[in-house]
Design a protein around this ligand. Structure first.
Ligand code: PMP
Length: 467
């Protein structure tokens, strides 16, 4: 592989490669599903990648702040990941093993348990699931339903848990759920604290208190309409919902409320795990220990892998209660174990915390010059910049409307400047930064410069349209 410099400039690719790349994009548009997503806003044909740098078929290089939707804790093709994969390939070990025991799986499980909160590490169980996060969410919900004999689920506005039926039902996004019919039957939707757009019309942490009060009240009210649920499912920091970190006191309250009522607490750490939010697992910051943790994305070191870990007392389901052909991805387990160890040994969670705070501080500085930056928030290297329509009238509680078109323009201008960013949040108005935890100071600087320049260009507005 040709070396890719850490802060890419733009190189001209041979004309044939450029044409080949254009052909690939054209054929993709003709042949792939209308449901494709990233491919629409990021017309890049990646041919090489290393660390944070992705090179397209046209020779253009990008700093990748999408990182496989938060998957690549160590960036693309990290040497320890490649070495771990090669070692399995060279060993002659079987690549497909269903859920049989193997040395590779044994090492992965040990590496994972070394990172878990002590109570789960000592007495917990692990279930290997089908390879996507959504399947692990299904497993977690099923487990708690079986263990409690109840069916209802408490989930939160803005939550994202996946696209299979049960996980989709817990997801807050009405648009993505509507195609699947009424999925709310057994879901009680609760308000997630979101200070900038507080559902109670208040800010300064009051919303979190009211959310906790609402939750406890609803559960205790015999006429509240809520059957005792099988579980509460939440993200310790909402990702797709718009990078929303709740106060740690709120997480502790949710733990108290569920524990006091015998409701298992499932924390979905699919996106927040493996150092991303400044601690190895996002729950560590509040000190809560969930009954079930849902893990995927970064635990596979860029390859598909998903598990749940849970308290031993819940382990009452029968053999085959949650099965799947692809629960034994040996390459993913090897890549994942290498990633877990590397993050731990190099304290990349601490690095994420320090650098993330620095980046957020700089972005807040930028917001002083740009009224369109309504809010900058996040934890560690999970950062969101909420864009708003600064020309519009604020609502009764002082919040400005979202600016989806401006956000889309920022994303496109960023891409033109060699920066890949993701959009998320309500009305896709939050520019999301999910760089690898290995990002250098120099790369962070380049990300900030390119993003600032993209915002300016987007405001100058190529099409002059509304926000
Ligand atoms: N939970 C969370 C918190 C997620 O962010 C995602 C994916 N973005 C999922 C679950 C679903 O994971 P997958 O796309 O691998 O099914």
């Amino acid at each position: 592989m040709a070396a890719l410099s850490s802060v890419p400039g733009q190189l001209a690719a041979p004309a044939d490669d450029i044409t080949a790349g254009e052909g690939i994009l054209r054929r993709q548009a003709q042949r792939e599903s209308a449901a494709r997503t990233y491919a629409r806003s990021l017309p890049v044909v990646p041919v090489r990648a290393r660390g944070m740098t992705v090179e397209g078929a046209d020779g253009r290089r990008y700093l990748d702040c999408l990182s496989g939707a938060g998957t690549l804790a160590l960036g693309h093709n990290h040497p320890v990941v490649l070495e771990a994969i090669r070692a399995v390939l060279d060993s002659g070990a079987p690549l497909h093993v269903l859920d049989l025991a193997t040395p590779v799986k044994d090492r992965f499980t040990t590496a994972l348990f070394e990172t878990l909160p002590a109570e789960l590490a000592e007495h917990g169980r692990i279930q290997f699931c089908g390879p996507a996060g959504t399947d692990a969410v299904e497993a977690a919900v099923k487990l708690t339903r079986i263990a409690t004999g109840r069916s209802g689920l408490l989930a939160f506005s803005g939550g994202y848990h996946g696209m299979t039926a049960g996980a989709l039902a817990a997801t807050g996004d009405v648009a993505v759920r509507s195609a699947a019919g009424d999925m709310d039957a057994r879901i009680t939707r609760l308000p997630y604290p979101y200070d900038y757009r507080c559902p109670f019309g208040t800010g300064g942490g009051r919303g979190a208190e009211l959310s906790a009060r609402w939750t406890a009240n609803l559960l205790d009210d015999p006429k509240g309409g809520v059957q005792p649920p099988a579980a509460m499912l939440l993200e310790a920091v909402q990702g797709e919902g718009g990078v929303i970190p709740p106060p740690e006191t709120w997480l502790r309250r949710m733990r108290e409320i569920t524990a006091a009522r015998g409701i298992p607490l499932i924390v979905d750490e699919v996106q927040t795990g493996v150092g991303r939010t400044g601690t190895f697992w996002a729950v560590e910051r509040s000190g809560i220990v969930p009954d079930v943790m849902v893990l995927s994305k970064a635990i596979g070191g860029s390859l598909p892998l998903a598990v749940i870990v849970y308290r031993g007392e819940l382990d009452v389901w029968q053999p085959g209660a949650h099965a799947g052909t692809f629960r034994g991805n040996q390459l993913a387990m090897a890549a994942g174990a290498a990633t877990l160890r590397f993050v731990r040994e190099n304290a990349l969670d601490e690095r994420a915390e320090t650098l993330g705070n620095r980046i957020m501080c700089r972005l807040r500085g930028l917001s002083a010059h740009h009224a369109c930056i309504g809010d900058v928030r996040g934890r560690g290297l999970m950062i969101g910049v909420e864009l708003v329509d600064a020309e519009a009238e604020p609502d009764d509680f002082g919040a400005l409307p979202n600016a989806p078109r401006l956000a889309a323009r920022v994303q496109q201008e960023a891409l033109r400047r060699g920066l890949i960013v993701e959009l998320g949040g309500r009305h896709a108005s939050v520019v999301r930064l999910l760089p690898p935890l290995t990002i250098t100071d120099e790369q962070a600087e380049a990300v900030l410069e390119r993003l600032a320049s993209a915002i300016e260009a987007a405001l100058a507005g190529a099409d002059g349209g509304p926000a």
